[in-house]
Design a protein around this ligand. Structure first.
Ligand code: COA
Ligand code: MG
Length: 288
């Protein structure tokens, strides 16, 4: 069971030295070092060199490190890969993934270099075609996770932003289900109003309830809320421990079902309970 936390996944423009430096001390589970939409066209070349250098010299500790390159069909994608490969990136995040072939194409380029032998691929789910092909994409070579690109999705869907995200719900859930089916991570999209804590919390809670592993963030001020909402709560941890204990007692008595707080507990609930405890433990280890 992979219990590495992805509660908070912070975008950092690859062109911003100050933010790159700051991220070495921020409480984020993962970082997306961006060369795509957060970097202006005339900054692209400088940003990729700065980022390759920074990845080799800065210590980001246990934080997962994803480099978002430009799509391979653009003027910059292949050069991004060429320069970033020297830093032996643990993961490349590919934007605008419409088909499994987009992932396979990147996988072949990674296969061709010894420096990227271990590099995993993450895919942005941000187009209607990508959403409809989500399962094949999730099962493509080297795939480790999906990042929802909700701004691009809303644009292509022609849908409106609403606090309940009802117009986007199917477009969120199809990739989420595909990710679960393929056993990869799924991280929810950004909340644009980065000074609106209550709105962020409510959207994090919705994403958490749906089954997302965490939320992509654009500003450090959003970290604490995502880390809190996507972590198991004290109540969940307590209940999980009591369910496991009660089930063990029931099993010892030769019974297959226990009752905790008036609800039945079967083997499948124990799987969830153990996942909750493992996740809580992995988060506690991060804090040490
Ligand atoms: N990662 C790391 N550090 C960040 C950061 C980020 N995404 N965003 C801001 N910071 C840092 C700033 O460098 C600043 O540090 P300092 O005070 O130690 O110098 C501090 O946090 C406060 O920043 P603030 O002044 O409030 O923000 P800003 O006005 O400079 O920038 C944004 C606001 C939205 C432009 C900026 O947060 C940003 O670029 N976010 C990422 C956007 C992005 O990547 N989008 C692509 C995906 S949707
Ligand atoms: Mg996008």
């Amino acid at each position: 069971m992979d219990t590495r936390p992805f509660r908070s996944v912070l975008y950092i423009p690859g062109s911003k030295e100050r933010a790159l430096e700051k991220a070495t001390t921020l409480a984020t589970d993962a970082i997306i070092f961006d060369l795509e939409d957060a970097v202006a066209v005339d900054e692209k070349a400088r940003a990729r060199v700065l980022l390759a250098e920074t990845l080799q010299t800065s210590d980001y500790g246990t934080r997962a490190k994803l480099v978002r390159i430009n799509a391979l069909s653009t003027d910059w994608g292949r050069d991004d890969l060429e320069v970033i490969a020297s830093a032996r990136p643990e993961a490349i995040l590919l934007p605008k993934v419409d088909t499994a072939e987009h992932v396979a194409e990147l996988a072949r380029l990674l296969d061709a270099r010894p420096e990227t032998a271990q590099t995993r691929i993450w895919a942005m789910m941000e187009s209607p075609l990508g959403v409809m092909n989500a399962l094949a994409i999730a099962q493509a070579p080297r795939m480790a996770g999906f990042i929802m690109g909700t701004n691009d999705l809303a644009k292509d869907m022609g849908c409106r932003f609403r606090p309940d995200r009802l117009p986007l719900l199917s477009a969120l859930q199809l990739p989420l289900i595909a990710a679960k089916a393929a056993g990869i991570v799924a991280v929810d999209g950004v909340y644009n109003a980065f000074k609106d804590d209550a709105g962020l919390r409510s959207e994090c809670e919705q994403g958490r309830d749906m089954g997302f592993d965490g939320k992509t963030l654009i500003h450090p001020a959003q970290l604490a809320i995502a880390n809190e909402v996507f972590a198991p709560s004290d109540g969940e941890i307590d209940l999980a421990a009591r369910q496991i204990a009660a089930f063990e007692e029931a099993t010892a008595r030769g019974e297959g079902v226990a009752v905790v707080d008036g609800k039945i507990v079967e083997n499948l609930h124990i799987v969830t309970a153990k996942q909750i405890l493992a996740k809580a433990e992995a988060i506690a280890e991060l804090a040490e």
